[in-house]
Ligand binder design. Structure first.
Ligand code: GLA
Length: 356
């Protein structure tokens, strides 16, 4: 449907929702394997300005792309790119029983796309909170765990990326000054205080972008499913290390990454509880080695970025998120000098409505 200006919004039904991006301290590609991860929400994110209108059309504008999209709330045709997120969110909330009406949406924010900072989940979560608020539904009614599942369904079924729940849980449950220990076997989320005490966590762009719907991420996921089938387990985190190593390659390597990464998450939680930032740095670098050699999701651009950070004196550095590009995470001691183009990141609040 060609976008048209549509009716003027009712001033009383305007909302503004913020969905933060996330940094995953450690625990990569463990979420869809029933394992452990330790992410936190960051202050950069996606903002959706939404206003109710009294026809049954949703008109959305993406500020960064300068693109428009309009659809009838009853329409369920497949779309691509950012449009898939909007139409999918409206459809999934309707399926949850939320009465979705006409709306004008303006999508903006300060999170780069496809950079490993979870721009997809930030968009889903901001859209979700905005559409719920317009429908007069309190986010605590379905509960944040249920909302994370709704957001993941949008990504899995409408966008086509078979991602897990890591990013959505981090964006929805984020807390200032804490990382979140998430156990994907039970979906328990436990805040773990992250006291930086002068140390700095930074991210540095590898300048390479990815699209998880494109294939490599989904391929890793399919390999893990195959390994589970061969081992007769529901998730790779249940596998016994000795059995896993009998698998054919590359499945044995993939499994070794998942099992060793779960151990590194446990060790990182202990390091944080002991304020042992040196140990955290060592764990970041060993996570990177495992993701590079066993999970094989690094690229020359990422390796060059890791090398730049280590040459600048980082105590540890690693690829983050789905892989195949994006930002690299590094930890610097209080007297360290991160590269000038690195961005500081620290734990901030989870998704919320913004009040003017
Ligand atoms: C992406 C996905 C997450 C998770 C990470 C890897 O960010 O969206 O579900 O699998 O990759 O840890």
């Amino acid at each position: 449907m060609p976008p048209e200006p549509g009716p003027e919004p009712d001033a009383l039904t305007r909302v503004r929702a913020f969905g933060p991006g996330r940094v995953n301290l450690i625990g990569e590609h463990t979420d869809y394997n029933g394992g452990l991860a330790l992410p936190f929400a960051i202050s950069q994110g996606v903002i959706v300005d939404a206003a109710a209108v009294d026809d049954l059309v949703i008109r959305a504008h993406a500020l960064d792309l300068g693109e428009d999209f309009a659809f009838s709330v009853t329409q369920r045709e497949r779309e691509h790119g950012w449009r898939a997120f909007v139409i999918g969110m409206a459809a999934e909330l309707e399926a949850l029983g939320v009465d979705i009406g006409g709306a004008k949406l303006k999508i903006g924010g300060d999170l780069p796309r496809g950079a490993g900072l979870s721009s997809s989940a930030a968009l889903e979560v901001a859209l979700c909170l905005a559409l719920l608020a317009l429908a007069g539904v309190d986010a605590d009614e379905p509960g944040r765990l249920e909302l994370a599942r709704v957001c993941a369904r949008v990504e899995n079924e409408w966008v086509g990326a078979q991602t897990g729940l890591l990013d959505q849980l981090a964006s929805l449950f984020g807390e200032p000054d804490a990382a979140l220990l998430i156990d994907f076997a039970t979906l328990a989320v436990e805040p773990v205080p992250l006291r930086l005490c002068g140390w700095r966590l930074v991210v540095l762009d590898s300048a390479q972008r990815h699209e998880h719907a494109d294939g490599d991420y989904n391929k890793r996921r399919a390999e893990c499913a195959k390994a589970c089938e061969l081992l007769g387990v529901q998730t790779l985190s249940e596998a016994r290390p000795s059995a896993a190593l009998q698998l054919p390659e590359p499945l044995a390597r993939r499994t070794r990454h998942v099992l060793s990464e779960n151990e590194r998450v446990r060790a990182a939680v202990s390091a944080l509880r002991d304020d042992d930032m040196h140990e955290l740095g060592v764990l970041l670098s060993s996570s990177h080695a495992s993701l590079r050699d066993d999970y094989e999701i690094s690229t020359p651009a990422v390796e060059a970025t890791v090398a730049r950070l280590l040459d600048a004196g980082a105590a540890g550095a690693r690829i983050m998120g789905g892989g195949f590009g994006g930002y690299v995470l590094a930890l610097f001691a209080p007297d360290g000098q991160p590269p000038a183009d690195a961005i500081d990141v620290r734990p901030g609040p989870g998704a919320h409505l913004l009040v003017d």
